[in-house]
Design a protein around this ligand. Structure first.
Ligand SMILES: Nc1nc2c(ncn2[C@@H]2O[C@H](COP(=O)(O)OP(=O)(O)OP(=O)(O)O)[C@@H](O)[C@H]2O)c(=O)[nH]1
Length: 343
């Protein structure tokens, strides 16, 4: 599966309670349950205290074991994760530690349940109310030390949750990524292709944020400052993961070229990056030659270079545009819809 098919799966991870908070929750619930029984149970004091202490143990067991198991169940399994999100996860957290931590929570949940059964049985055999209460205290002590043992694992999941839950949900709609050197006109183009003001989302990909815009014809456009705007071989590990993530996400790429070089980047560098992107992504590319409102005599030589390059590479999806003067943007939109349909 190449494309993401679900919303941000990390949003489902429940809030992580730390050992002390979880123990407090278990104590409180156990006390409440015991209170109810105190009022409703009649009988000799030994029988009554056994029933009450057992209730405390059982309530605490289910609070803690269910809570831990719920985290494990609601946390997406890395192996089944859509590749787009898996790449993001690799960027943000140590996935081995994440897996190990989930394993630890599962282990702790089962152990607490087992202890709950063992100690409940012990309480039923207690010879005095004091003994029943001592056994219950011992149970709480053991559970507390299990939770302390998994403290680093809870912390790992909590950190992962914080980092992952805010990844904006990139909608499950056809997606086109806009690439090109800085200042070639990518943000202007994004604004022209989409209806509302694009959302700027913080993304693990880049410190600059990721601009996402939606069009009325159902396509999502993403501008990726900091990622596809200079040579890919200069990328660090994190950014390489980001490139891979984009590869999973995109149905098409618009590569914006500024032949006027007003952007500050020579045309040769712009063509090199286009070449790299074509080699890295196995996705249809449209080349948008921007700023053609500028007098052609200023950049004719560059334009010829671009056209020669495109001919040699066999790139046919090419549109000369001006985002500023709205030239040929309709043709570009039609091409976008075509390549997305094909993809
Ligand atoms: N003449 C002309 N200038 C344009 C055109 N499109 C964009 N520009 C100008 O180019 C500059 C850069 O435009 P942006 O849209 O910010 O470029 P960008 O690629 O998003 O830049 P970064 O966000 O830095 O990556 C701005 O000064 C725009 O006004 C165009 O069609 N014609």
């Amino acid at each position: 599966m190449r494309k993401r098919k679900e919303d941000n799966p990390f949003k489902k991870i429940p809030t992580i309670l730390f050992p002390e908070e979880l123990m407090n929750k278990a104590y409180n619930r156990a006390e409440k349950a015991a209170d109810k029984l105190r009022k409703s149970t009649i009988g000799l004091s030994l029988y009554k205290s056994r029933v009450i202490e057992e209730q405390k143990v059982r309530t605490a067991t289910s609070v803690i074991a269910d809570y831990l198991l719920n985290i494990v169940k609601k946390t997406p399994s890395i192996d089944n994760l859509n590749p787009f999100y898996r790449e993001i996860l690799e960027i943000l957290i140590d996935s081995d530690e994440f897996k190990k931590s989930l394993g630890a929570l599962h282990w702790a949940s089962q152990l607490v349940r087992k202890l709950g059964n063992t100690y409940s049985r012990k309480i039923r055999r207690a010879k005095t109310p004091q003994e029943a209460s001592k056994i219950r205290r011992e149970f709480f002590g053991r559970v507390s030390s299990i939770l302390k043992q998994i403290y680093p694992n809870l912390a790992c999941i909590a950190v992962a949750r914080e980092k992952l839950k805010n990844i904006p949900t990139v909608k499950d709609v056809p997606t086109v990524v806009i690439a090109g050197y800085p200042n070639v006109g990518k943000s202007s183009l994004l604004r022209k292709l989409t209806d509302a003001k694009p959302e700027v989302n913080s993304y693990p990909f880049t410190t600059k944020g990721l601009n996402v815009g939606y069009s009325h014809y159902g396509i999502q456009f993403i501008d990726t400052p900091g990622i596809l705007d200079r040579p890919i071989y200069e990328r660090n590990d994190i950014e390489l993961h980001a490139v891979v993530a984009l590869n999973y996400l995109a149905d098409g790429i618009i590569y914006v070229i500024d032949p006027t070089e007003y952007c500050g980047y020579p045309i040769d560098e712009q063509l090199n990056l286009l070449n790299e992107i074509m080699e890295t992504f196995n996705i249809p590319i449209i080349v948008a030659i921007n700023k053609i409102d500028v007098d052609e005599s200023e950049y004719r030589e560059n334009l010829e270079k671009v056209e020669k390059f495109l001919r040699e590479k066999g790139i046919k999806n090419v549109v000369k545009i001006s985002t500023e003067k709205d030239i040929n943007l309709d043709i570009l939109k039609r091409k976008v819809v075509e390549i997305v349909k094909e993809s």
